[in-house]
Write a protein that binds this ligand. Sequence first.
Ligand code: GLV
Length: 313
Amino acid sequence: MTTLLISADSNLDDWMDAWREAAPHRPVVCHGRAPYDPAAIQYALTWKPPAGALNALPNLKVAFNLGAGVDAVMADPTFPSHIPLVRLVDQDLTNRMGEWVVLQVLTHFRQTLGYLELQRTKTWRDLTQPAARSARVGLMGYGTLARHCTPILRGLGFNVHGWARGPKESDITLHHGEEGLANFLARTDILVCLLPLTEATRGILDAKLIGQLSRGTPVGPVLINAGRGGLQNEADILAALQDGTLKGASLDVFNEEPLPATSPMWDAPNLIITPHVAAITDPASAVGNIVEQIDAFEAGAPLQNVVDRGHGY
Ligand code: GLV
């Protein structure tokens, strides 16, 4: 019944401590710290595992991803298809993403970058300020994180709608599929992308998509992405910021991370860059969820939030 922590992050001690606190009766070992018997491992706690590492565990029952996005595990062709991979759905992580998204929407909508520029030149002048009810925020990728953002943004007065791969229950207008995308973009002034990275979504944030966004508010269109860098065509985003097709953008993720110092993105106008910190997983909170899932699983309950291998998330 041993659990293996196998993570590329540096906070291994935090995870080990959190696990021992939450499940003192469940032995845990840490990949890379001490030798262990691969055959003794039944559960893996995993974040960006080295290719082949999970396949080397012959008695693995479940792999728990330690973040919301599972693209790093899905990219490993040796990860056995019969092993369930569980996405992390955690209220603390969801709350953090909500904070970041709302912060970015308001920062652009209230023209904070413009006011900072005026402050630098000691200029007391107001900038056009439309009402929130006149702006439409489009949430692209309508899962747990986007659902959490909806009532917060609506409470601030924004019109909120969404786009998802397929039809879903929702109390907002939800466009879906390839055929719904153009309609969704044409009605979106501030685009918030929370999509997973899959073969279907790679590079989706490109010039063609940006060109379809609404120009219905003087402060838009704005692109906000906290999904994955692989969703972005960064050259297209840079060009759109430079020629004014995009009024602003906030990117938490990049094709290459850390973003190299030589990247022209650092100097892009009206771009806010954060270093993949929009929603960091808190080990103490996440471990509680995982231990509950394991207890229920061992009592015969089905696992929750299992990745659909066909869809890739
Ligand atoms: C962070 O990138 C996550 O997937 O949770």
